[in-house]
Write a protein that binds this ligand. Structure first.
Ligand code: NAD
Length: 359
C-alpha cells in the first residue's frame, strides 16, 4: 500500500497536457537526468532500476536519493519481471515509456555476454509485451546506440546508413533491439522511437567510460591507457553533452504520437522512428585528454597502445538533420564546456583524491 502510494505520487502530472512516463534505468546516468527534466516541467515520472553492480552501485543509489528529493520514486526491480511491470501499469496509466535500462559498455561483453542478452534482448521483449497489452497504449522511446554503425566508414553517420557490421556484442544487441521494436510496431501498432546516442558524458556520468576513468586516474597520479587505431590513427568520438541528449529525449517523447494498439481503434499506422542524437563534431581521444589535463591542472601519464579489437570502433560522427527537422534538436555544448561542468561535479562529489569511491 505504501509502495502504491509512492508510485501514484511520483506519477502525478502538474501541467496541462502533461504525460506520465515510466523511465527504465532511472538510477542510471541518462535515466536520472531525463527523469529530473520531465519532473521539473510538470510531467509524472516513475522510475525502475535493478541497481546492478556493473559499476559502483552507490553512485546509482546517490542518483536515486537525488531524484527522491524531487519527488521521483525509483522502484527497485528488473525489467524482466513482467509481473512487477504489469502491476506498475495497473497503478499508473503510463502514456509514455522512456526505456533506458540496458547492459552498456562494449568491452565488458567479452567476459559477460549473457548480461547483454538478459537486459538488452529478454528485458526489452518483456517490457514490449507489457506495453502492447496495456490499456493506455504507451508510446515507447528507447535508447539504441551509435555503435550500430559499427565499422561503417562513411562519415557522418545517417540513420539510413548500413548497420550490418557490429563490432561488439553490445552493438549487436542494440541492432537486434531495433529489429525487435520494429516488429512490435508492425504487428501490434506500438509507437516506437529509437534514439542512437553518441558517447554521452557529463555530471553523474558513468565510471566505466573513458572521460570518467581518465579523470579518476589523472587525479590519483595513475597512468591512463589511450587506444590508437590502425596506422597510428587516433580514435575519435562524437562526444555529446548530457543536457543536449536530455533535450533530444524530451523532444522525441513530445512528438512520439500514440500507439494504435492491436485491439484498439486504428487511426493510421503508429510511427516507427530512429534518430541520431549526437553532437556533429568528433574529437580525438588525445584531445579529450588534453582538455581534461587543462581542467584538472594535472598532467596525465599516458600509455598509448594499439586498439586490441575488443569492441571499440575507430570513430563516430552523427548527422543529426532528422532529429533537427522532427523536434528541433540542436546540441549547444562543446566538449571543452561540457567537460568543465563534469570536472566541477566530479570534484564536488568525490573530492580531489578519492580512494575507493569509484570502481
Ligand atoms: P547506465 O548503465 O548508467 O544506466 C542504465 C541503468 O539501467 C543502470 O542504472 C542499470 O542499473 C539499469 N539496468 C540495467 N539492466 C537492467 C534491468 N535488466 N532491469 C532494470 N534495470 C536495469 O547507462 P547510461 O549511460 O545511462 O545509458 C542509458 C541507455 O543509453 C542504455 O540503454 C545505453 O545502452 C544507452 N546508450 C548510452 C550511451 C552513453 O554514452 N552513455 C551511448 C549509447 C547508448
Amino acid at each position: 500500500v505504501q509502495w502504491e502510494k509512492q508510485v501514484r505520487n511520483s506519477a502525478q502530472i502538474h501541467r496541462g497536457g502533461g504525460m506520465s512516463v515510466l523511465v527504465t534505468g532511472a538510477a542510471g546516468f541518462v535515466g536520472s537526468h531525463v527523469s529530473l527534466a520531465l519532473k521539473k516541467r510538470g510531467d509524472g515520472v516513475v522510475g525502475i532500476d535493478n541497481f546492478n553492480h556493473y559499476y559502483d552501485p552507490s553512485l546509482k543509489k546517490a542518483r536515486r536519493s537525488m531524484l527522491a528529493e524531487h519527488g521521483i520514486f525509483v522502484v527497485a526491480g528488473d525489467i524482466n519481471d513482467g509481473k512487477l511491470l504489469a502491476k506498475l501499469f495497473d497503478v499508473v496509466g503510463f502514456t509514455h515509456v522512456m526505456h533506458l535500462a540496458a547492459q552498456a559498455g562494449v568491452r565488458y561483453a567479452m567476459e559477460n555476454p549473457n548480461s547483454y542478452i538478459h537486459s538488452n534482448i529478454a528485458g526489452l521483449v518483456t517490457l514490449l509485451e507489457i506495453c502492447k497489452s496495456a490499456e493506455t497504449q504507451p508510446a515507447v522511446v528507447w535508447a539504441s546506440s551509435s555503435s550500430v554503425y559499427g565499422l561503417n566508414e562513411k562519415s557522418p553517420f545517417s540513420e539510413s546508413d548500413r548497420t550490418d557490421q557490429p563490432a561488439s556484442l553490445y552493438a549487436a544487441t542494440k541492432k537486434a533491439g531495433e529489429e525487435i521494436t520494429h516488429t512490435y510496431n508492425h504487428i501490434y501498432g506500438l509507437s516506437i522511437t529509437g534514439l542512437r546516442f553518441f558517447t554521452v558524458y557529463g555530471p553523474w556520468g558513468r565510471p566505466d567510460m573513458a572521460y570518467f576513468s581518465f579523470t579518476k586516474n589523472i587525479l590519483q597520479g595513475k597512468p591512463i591507457t589511450v587506444y590508437r587505431g590502425k596506422n597510428r590513427v587516433d580514435l575519435a568520438r562524437d562526444f555529446t553533452y548530457i543536457d543536449d541528449v536530455v533535450k533530444g529525449c524530451l523532444g522525441s517523447l513530445d512528438t512520439a504520437g500514440r500507439s494504435t494498439g492491436s485491439g484498439g481503434k486504428k487511426t493510421g499506422p503508429a510511427p516507427y522512428r530512429i534518430f541520431n542524437l549526437g553532437n556533429t563534431s568528433p574529437v580525438t581521444v588525445p584531445t579529450l585528454v588534453s582538455i581534461l589535463e587543462r581542467h584538472l591542472k594535472v598532467k596525465a601519464k599516458k600509455k598509448v597502445v594499439e586498439m586490441p579489437g575488443n569492441g571499440d570502433v575507430p570513430f563516430t560522427h552523427a548527422n543529426i538533420s532528422s532529429a533537427r527537422r522532427e523536434f528541433g534538436y540542436r546540441p549547444t555544448t562543446d566538449l571543452q564546456t561540457g567537460l568543465k561542468k563534469f570536472v566541477k561535479w566530479y570534484l564536488a562529489y568525490y573530492g580531489h583524491n578519492h580512494g575507493k569511491a569509484v570502481n
